[in-house]
Design a protein around this ligand. Structure first.
Ligand code: ASP
Length: 318
């Protein structure tokens, strides 16, 4: 069956006004556009949804603008510790890594967990050993560090708290967790999420991003979803699975499902964040309870659309 492919990616949610003020908007939109065009090529050439989301996540991880891979935020000890997950909507197979150091592209390792291990999630030292066994090189710490993250971390240390990448700090580049969802020409869905977590996180803290159902979910019968925001709130509401369940049980379309999901997040835990989604019919939608969110999409092989802060896909809460 030859269906039209769709692709949606995000670069985090939060207060983004400062990025506009600093004139960084076009740099970000160019990056989102170029990554979507690369994804378009893969899907147009008959690539799978899994290939497309992995490709987009790798490009987003490699770009120091975002809080994933290179450019990740720093934990309490001034180190980068990353989380990522990928899910196949055909089989519900999933791979995830958490508390990961030294691996250039956590999403690639998550895909390796999906295909080459009988497990779903590997953490810390073990995940690194698995990576080495499968030929992933270990990168030096310096590779991951960017100056703006070090400044942001110093501010958080001074204030003595944790924070979302986009919050408060005054450093110029505060972009977020990344994610991608695709539907390929076979009609198969996949989703991926990758992050450095939250600034100044402590005690081996792991957020929602690598947890299947919380920060990522894909099921061909419903939708693919990727989340960004306060991980603890998405964990407690199991938000991505909740959104899939809205579609499964209530037959909601993409827009109604993201609205129901964010309403639920806000009503239940006063949650801050956003989600991107493609439903089984290839419709794309995004919604956030934060004032801004970075994302872009290609719906059913149409034009590439990038959004910064508000957009037609933004539905105000309440
Ligand atoms: N959800 C991520 C976490 O809590 C952070 C983010 O999306 O910016 O680890």
């Amino acid at each position: 069956m030859n269906k039209k492919f769709s692709l949606i990616i995000h670069g985090g949610a939060g207060a983004l006004d400062h990025i506009k003020r600093e004139g960084k908007e076009s740099e970000i939109m160019d990056s989102v556009y170029s990554i979507l065009e690369g994804g378009r090529q893969i899907l147009a050439d008959g690539g799978t949804a899994l290939d497309a989301v992995e490709y987009c996540a790798i490009r987003l991880e490699d770009d120091p603008l975002y809080n994933a891979g290179r450019g990740s935020v720093l934990n309490e000890y001034g180190e980068v510790e990353m989380d990522a997950a990928i899910m196949d909507g055909v089989t519900l197979d999933a791979g995830a890594v958490a508390g990961l150091t030294a691996i250039k592209n956590p999403i690639q390792l998550a895909r390796q967990v999906l295909t080459k291990s009988e497990h779903v999630m590997l953490i810390g030292k073990g995940a690194r050993e698995f990576a080495q066994l499968h030929g992933f090189p270990l990168m030096p710490n310096d590779y991951f560090f960017v100056e703006s993250r070090v400044q942001q971390w110093r501010e958080a240390q001074k204030l003595g708290g944790m924070m979302l990448d986009h919050e408060n700090a005054t450093s110029p580049k505060k972009l977020g967790t990344i994610g991608a969802v695709a539907r390929d020409r076979q009609g198969n869905l996949a989703a991926a999420t990758s992050t450095g977590g939250i600034v100044n996180k402590r005690w081996g803290r792991v957020g929602d991003s690598p947890v299947i159902g919380a920060g990522v979910f894909a099921d061909n019968e419903t939708c693919g979803v990727s989340a960004t925001g306060y991980g603890e709130q998405f964990l407690r509401t199991v938000l991505c699975k909740m959104v899939s369940d809205f579609i499964y049980f209530q037959r909601l379309d993409a827009r109604a499902a993201v609205s129901a999901g964010i309403d639920y997040l806000v009503q239940k835990v006063d949650g801050l964040g956003g989600i991107i989604l493609i439903d089984k019919n290839g419709h794309c939608a995004a919604r956030h309870s934060t004032s801004g969110m970075i994302y872009g999409l290609i719906e059913k092989e149409g034009e590439t659309y990038c959004s910064f802060v508000q957009s037609p896909e933004y539905f105000a809460v309440g």
